[in-house]
Design a protein around this ligand. Sequence first.
Ligand SMILES: C[S@@+](CC[C@H](N)C(=O)[O-])C[C@H]1O[C@@H](n2cnc3c(N)ncnc32)[C@H](O)[C@@H]1O
Length: 256
Amino acid sequence: MLKRVDYDVQQYQVYSTARALSAEMAQVWSSAFARWAGTPGPFAALDLGSGTGRFTPILADLFGGLVYGVEPSERMRRQAEQTAAHPSVRYLAGRAEAVPLPDASCRLVLMFLTFHHFTDRPAAVAEIRRVLQPGGRVLIRSAFSDRMPELLWHRFFPRARVIEQQVFPALEDVTRLFEAAGMTVLGIDRVQETLGPDLATYAKRLRMRAISTFEHLSEEEIRLGFAALDEAIAAGDIPGPLTADSDLLVLGAPPA
Ligand SMILES: C[S@@+](CC[C@H](N)C(=O)[O-])C[C@H]1O[C@@H](n2cnc3c(N)ncnc32)[C@H](O)[C@@H]1O
């Protein structure tokens, strides 16, 4: 059993720098959210596990309504309040298993790399369904254990792949949970993300360890992984720009 990663301990120190969203990636994700929202807005949305607020103001600009950023880590939330403030955004302490919002208060719920952190997924799905309006949409950016992509960093940290296969849920299990709550799968988008212009730039970001999987690796595994990465940079046989395919699962609530 892997330990739960608490973002108040390590990740909050590096997350916003190492995971900073480029203008290009902000645009790529905005287009994907707009493509799957089902209606242009204005409407209220929930960014569930909003972290440092990477996507919360983006949702407010995109859909023109109030956006709630619900986040359990106090230190991540504080950064969001300081660096990702927006007149239509409210950051709230809370977690997916007990969302601090009234019934039917949101038209869209985004979970960006958060679903795998939820400790009680059936309770979280019940809460998402409760706060969702009829005809509402749920967008889940996640990896899924039964369709893990070939990730570049896994080549250098082979046990990271094994760990992520345990950490991320199977697509089938996620869809079953939402279907049991009366929702329908509308699609699964493959969105291409840019990791960096070249391997050296990507390695610099990776060294900040702003991927929670690092917390499950030993210091020796991490040392060996970065040594292998440095060798690959010196050999120059992995040309940039570097990209990765990311899954965006889209679910819909039944209309009124
Ligand atoms: C990888 S970060 C993603 C943050 C943000 N969505 C982003 O993409 O930048 C995962 C976030 O999920 C939060 N989280 C962990 N458990 C949670 C839960 N039970 N309910 C809601 N959020 C949770 C963590 O505190 C962390 O901020």
